[in-house]
Structures are given as C-alpha cells and as structure tokens.
Design a binder for this molecule. Structure first.
Ligand code: DGJ
Length: 728
C-alpha cells in the first residue's frame, strides 16, 4: 500500500513538474515537430514550426509558446472541449483515459517515425499514435491505431486521425469547396471564435462539396509568398470532417473520418487504423505550403509521381456516346497527326443486351457493343498501333443501371433498402454496387482484370464514378453494422484498387467522379491523375485549377482543350486562350479534331510541340501563383520553375477587358534574381508573329522586383500569354 502511495506521489510529481517528460523531435530541412512525452504519463504537442535544433527546444518553454495540448484528447474526463475520440465500452462507459506505455523513434521505408503507445487506465484498450516526417520533403503526418484488447466489442463513436494545436493569432483559413462543374472554389475567411467545420458526406464523391484539405495562416489575410501558413490534408477516400476550433487563446484542427451516423464496432482483438493526416508548415505563404505538398505528392502521394504524363485526346466531348470503329480510328489518326501520344475512348462502347447509347442503361455489362465496334477492342488497339498512339478506355466499375444484365442477375449486389423504393441516379436508373460485399469486390476487380489480361495493350483507364450512395443500406452487412456502410465501402474500394495496383503496376489510371468528385490524397496513391472538372471552359478552369493547385500538383491535374463555344458554359474563347490554360496542367484535348479548321490544327500542333518542351517544368517544377483570378486585376497569372530556376514558364490571362484599364506589372516571384533570362513566346497564334516580349533578355532582379509590363501583350479581351524564360 505504502509503495502504491509513493508511486502515485512520484507520478503526480512527474506530471506536474514535467521532470520526466522528454522532448522528441522530428525535423525536415525546414520544419520541426516537437512532442513531449513521458512513460506512465502524457504526450503533448509542443511545437510545429520552422526547423529548430535540439539546443533551442528549451526556449519553447522559455518563450511560453509551447502548446502543451494532449496529442489525442479523449472524451469523458477532463475539459469539455472537442475531442479526437469517443468510445463506448461494453459496459456502456463513454470515457477513455490514456497513459503512455511506450515511446519509440524508428524509421519505415520512406520516413522517420515517432510511435507512442497508450493504454487506458481501466479498460483493455490500446492506442498507437504515429508521427512521421517523409524523407526528402517538408511533409509530416499523423494517424492512430485503435486496438480492442477486451473480450467484448467496443463502439467507436468518433475516431479522428488527429487533433493538432495551432498558434492562435491573426488566423485565416483557406479551403476548397464546390459542386459538379464548379469544383475547387477557394474560400478564405478570418478565424473567429467558434468553429469552421468542413464536413463532407458525399460518400463516393468527396472531392465535391467541401474538400478534405485546409490551410491556416498566422499573419492575417492569406498571401502567396509571405507569412506563416500551416496546411493539412486527410488521406481518406470517404466522408470526412475537419473542425477548426477557435477560442480566445487556443486553436486546434481536428480531422478524420466523418463521425455522423458512422459508429464503428471494434470487435475483440481488432485494430482500426485511421487515415493519415498530412501536414506542412511554411514561412513563405500559401505558395510554400503548396510546393511542399506538390513535392511530397510526386515522391509519395501520387501513382507514378516520377513519370511524365502523355498528351491525350479523350473522345467524350468530341462524340459523346456515339463511338464506333471508324470514328475512333479517325480521332486516333488526328491526335497522332497533332503530336499527341494517347487516345482515350470514353463512355458508350459497351453493352450487349442493353447497348450503352444513353446514360439510362448498361453500366455493369462490360462487354463490347459489337454493332458499334465489330472488330472489338482488338480493332481499336490495332488502330492505335497503326497511328502510333497508345490506347485507353473508360469504365465506371462501381455502378450499375437498373436496365442492365448485371442488375438482372445480381439485384442483391445493389445498395438498397429492403422496404423502400430504389432511389435511382443519373439517367433515372443508376444505382451503386455494394462494395462492402467481398463478392462485389471480386467482381469490380474482375472488370479491370479482364480488360487488362485480354488486352495488355491498354495503357490507360479512365475510372469514373457518377453517383453517391443514394440508398444507404447494405444487404450484405448485418443490421447492427449498417452505420459502418460508408467506412466499409471505402475499405472495399481501397482493397480493389490495391489488388489492381499489385497486379498492374504500369497502367495509367485516371480518377474521375463526374469530373473532380474524388480529388483527394486518399485516392491518389492508386491513380496517376484526376479529371479536374466536367467543366472544360478555360475561363472557369482558371478558378477551378487555381483552387486545386493549393494542394495538388500540376502533373495530376487533367486539363483539356475543348470546343468553342464551350459545351458547359456556352462561352466562346480563342483556341490560344484554351491551350494556354490547358498547358498549366496535364495537357489533353477533348473535342472532335475533324471539326477544326486547318489553321486551328496547325496552331494545335505547334502548341503541343511547345508543351512537350516545357512538360518537365510544368509537371515537375515548383509552382508560384502570381495573381489570383479572384482578385480580378483584371489578369490572372502563374509560373513554374525547374529546380535550379534555369527554366521557367509563365502563363498570364486577360479575364476582363476595358479600354485603358490598369494592369499592374507582373512580378515573377519565383525567378532567380542572379540569373538573366531570354524570353520565348511558346504559343504565338501565327508562327512568325511572336508577342513583343519574345527574344528579350531580362535580369531576374528586374523580373522579380519590377516585373513584366503586360499592357501590350494582353491587349485584347481574352488574350493570353505562355512564355518560357531560359537562363543565359
Ligand atoms: C462523367 C465524366 O466526368 C465525363 O468526363 C464522362 O466520362 C462522362 N462521365 C461519361 O459518362
């Protein structure tokens, strides 16, 4: 008894004096994360900011800036603020009280890790919390494993990935939000006391609505190249919730799987791993955080991040569902003649009993429509070979239509309520397959597997998804597991994608969900790129792409030149403007080339050749956003620079035109001020009439601090500029 009292007194002393709490540091080149933890005690966040050395850590307490917030606040004891986790034990108890039992510093194949193990003081519940810094990047991450060591099940009512304290100051938040054909809208607001909640329940289309990424500033209104900024993004494929919780002197970011109607039963001996929250910190404004995420993505967060992307033609807006062998052959010939490298046949190629002529039928019947394509995929592959381009194909494997052979044969594979009429989506007949069911997972895997086994020449798959879960009930899951539907759907789809990637390492796969409905780092380890939006209007794309670049790299952002007037907005824009916009991402075309005039074809050919020249700079360089389209200045501009800033590409667009309207000089913040650059117009409308900057040599100092005068270059409504700067 005396021993117990002594131990208790000692632990109290350690807790309150912090004597035994050690500081654990994870550092990248520019950033440090410090966690203080002691065995038999607590773990607290102490610091996340500019890189500091071990000798400076004492100063965190000295300057009284340490956050000292628990690394994973639990519900049921202590204060009433927002918690990272709420559990319910078999006896109904809702509280959790975690003590550190082990602290390890270790490594995995791509980073350094700090792993802290906790145990509840009363219940056999164990948590492992991970903190990681990715090698060669400025990106950190955190997540937890939740383990039920009890004999009975435990309910996880809330199971977030993280609860990170941020410095309270003059904070603003930036996040993306939108809807179909208007994704990626950038919303920036002051952080007042209260909560900013980014809650998404779009289930299978979580890139729409509110996105799972956020930036928070510490020095007021978000700036591109100055000020301290924190950024975070959740690597999850389904419903998420981010809560920025502000009180007078405290600010925390909670992030994880959305806990609304999502209680998860953790069976005895089961472990649940939460998604990872990636984080970056920069003193170079939002631009610094974006560049950190982009560099990380190319190394770790995006499939084939180290490979350049092909220039493609997609058939959708060119012919919609009217695909057939001669038209596909013609489109392949045309894109090849323009210098493209890949052709993708979109929707409309499949269905036997029910041919896919409209969106009212056939999803699930992944057999070639022999009327449209009598020579089958073999014929298309032969055409592609003849024209010297690669071949890709569209599928929407997670779906069915009520008018399909799949639905007739397996109605039980559809998510549905037994006792309610079936809510049907696109075309009035689209329904969602039950990916919680392993048989359905096998079936969805087999769609890609069959295509790629029979036709190994298929180089690219466009994986579409055009419905969220409309009938929230699984015939596979038992009654007491229905709340796990979304989480288990996501586990199911991830399992399928992993199987595909284990077997097919090289195939390029585009992530599409009615446009940008799935843009998230949860998916991108399996996908090479995302279809940014079904809206291909270059003027609106300036906004959508501006938003996406805050978190995602240009290489992943599919950006296509489409017809004018645009099919979504009916806006008419010059072909040069459309090219200059599409060239800031992964360039492609999305029209019927047969309908182009000879001079348009000639311009396209030159522009595609120019893109090939600058492709590594755009796809692998550092992005500097220069003038926001939201500022309506009346231009918007951005630039990419290669690693040593010897090659730079600058894009600028006139968004609005009034006579004698003021245009401020364009400061090229990303150039090397000690270099001299020769300017080259990349996309003159007439080959022999480049713009008035072409051929000039200007020093980096002038470009950075005095800028480029664009009054004469962007001197027409909807004029645009794409120039390369080559260091001399
Ligand atoms: C939605 C996609 O976003 C489009 O690009 C196209 O593939 C259609 N689906 C086809 O149905």
């Amino acid at each position: 008894m005396r021993k117990k009292v002594l131990l208790f007194a000692l632990s109290l002393l350690l807790t309150f004096t912090g004597v035994a709490a050690e500081n654990y540091v994870l550092s990248s080149n520019n950033t440090s994360l410090v966690i203080s933890a002691n065995k038999d005690g607590n773990a607290n966040y102490k610091y996340f900011g500019p890189r500091i050395e071990k000798s400076e850590i004492g100063g965190i307490d000295g300057a009284r800036i340490g956050t000292n917030q628990a690394t994973y606040p639990t519900f049921g004891l202590h204060s009433l603020s927002e918690k990272a986790i709420v559990t319910q034990m078999a006896d109904g108890n809702l509280s959790l009280d975690l003590t550190v039992t082990d602290i390890q510093q270790t490594t995995d194949d791509n980073g350094q890790l700090l792993v802290i193990t906790f145990k509840d003081k009363v219940y056999p519940f164990v948590m492992k919390q991970y903190f990681k810094v990715y090698n060669g990047t400025d990106v950190f991450s955190t997540w937890v494993d939740l383990e039920n060591q009890d004999k009975k099940a435990i309910s996880l009512l809330r199971y977030y990935s993280a609860c990170v304290p941020l410095q309270r100051g003059n904070n603003y938040s930036s996040h993306l939000e939108g809807y179909w054909a208007n994704e990626g809208g950038l919303y920036e607001q002051p952080v007042n006391n209260g909560q900013i909640v980014l809650s998404n329940k779009e289930q299978t289309c979580i890139g729409r609505g509110v996105s799972s990424s956020i930036m928070v500033t510490f020095d007021g209104v978000p700036q591109e190249s100055t000020g301290r900024v924190f950024g975070a993004s959740l690597r999850w494929t389904g419903n998420h919730k981010l809560i920025l919780n502000a009180r007078d002197n405290a600010l925390t970011l909670l992030a994880g799987i959305n806990d609304d109607a999502a209680t998860y039963t953790l069976e005895s001996k089961d472990v649940f791993t939460t998604p990872e929250l990636i984080m970056a910190y920069s003193t170079e404004g939002k631009g610094g955080v974006s560049r950190a995420f982009h560099r990380w993505a190319l190394k770790y967060g995006l499939m084939h991040g180290d490979k350049l992307r092909d220039i493609l033609l997609n058939s959708w807006e060119g012919v919609y569902m009217n695909v057939n062998q001669p038209v596909m052959d013609q489109m392949m010939a045309d894109i090849s003649a323009l210098g493209g490298e890949l052709f993708v046949m979109d929707d409309g190629w499949f269905g036997d009993k029910y041919p896919r002529d409209t969106d009212k039928s056939s999803l699930g019947d992944w057999v070639v429509n022999k009327k449209k394509l009598p020579e089958g995929i073999e014929g298309l592959v032969a055409s592609a070979k003849k024209h010297g381009v690669k071949f890709g194909i569209w599928i929407e494997p997670e779906m069915s239509n009520t008018k399909s052979e799949l639905f007739e044969n397996h109605p039980e594979w559809i998510l549905q309520h037994k006792n309610r009429p079936l809510t049907q989506g696109r075309g009035g007949t689209q329904v969602v397959l039950d990916l919680t069911n392993p048989k359905v997972q096998d079936y969805v895997f087999s769609i890609t597997d069959n295509l790629l086994t029979k036709h190994p020449e298929i180089a690219y798959i466009k994986w579409d998804n055009n419905a969220e879960i409309m009938n929230y009930n699984s015939l596979y899951l038992p009654a007491n597991r229905q709340q796990e539907l979304n989480v288990r759907y996501q586990m199911g789809i991830q399992k399928v994608l992993k199987r595909i990637r284990d077997k097919y390492k090289d195939v390029v796969i585009q992530l599409c969900a009615g446009g940008g409905g799935r843009v998230s780092y949860g998916f991108l380890p399996y996908f090479d790129e995302f279809w940014t939006s079904d809206n291909t209007d270059a003027m609106q794309r300036l906004f959508i792409q501006w938003g996406d670049t805050h978190f995602f790299p240009a290489k992943a952002m599919a950006s296509h030149v489409s017809a004018s007037p645009n099919h979504q907005t009916h806006r008419t824009l010059p072909l040069k403007f459309r090219f200059d916009v599409a060239m800031t991402g992964r360039l492609g075309m999305e029209l019927q080339p047969k309908d182009m005039k000879p001079e348009e074809k000639e311009f396209s050919k030159r522009s595609i050749a120019a893109y090939k020249e600058i492709r590594p700079i755009v796809q692998e360089g550092d992005l500097y956003r220069l003038v926001s389209p939201y500022e309506r200045k009346p231009i918007t501009a951005l630039m990419y620079a290669n690693a040593d800033k010897s090659k730079i590409v600058v894009f600028a667009y006139r968004m609005e035109y009034l006579h004698s309207q003021k245009i401020e000089p364009l400061l090229l913040t990303g150039v090397d001020e000690n270099k001299k650059y020769l300017i080259k117009d990349l996309t003159p409308w007439e080959a022999d009439k480049p713009n008035n900057l072409n051929g000039k040599t200007v020093s980096g100092k002038i470009l950075k601090y005095m800028g480029l005068g664009l009054g004469q270059t962007l001197n027409r409504p909807e004029s645009s500029m794409a120039i390369e700067l080559i260091a001399q």
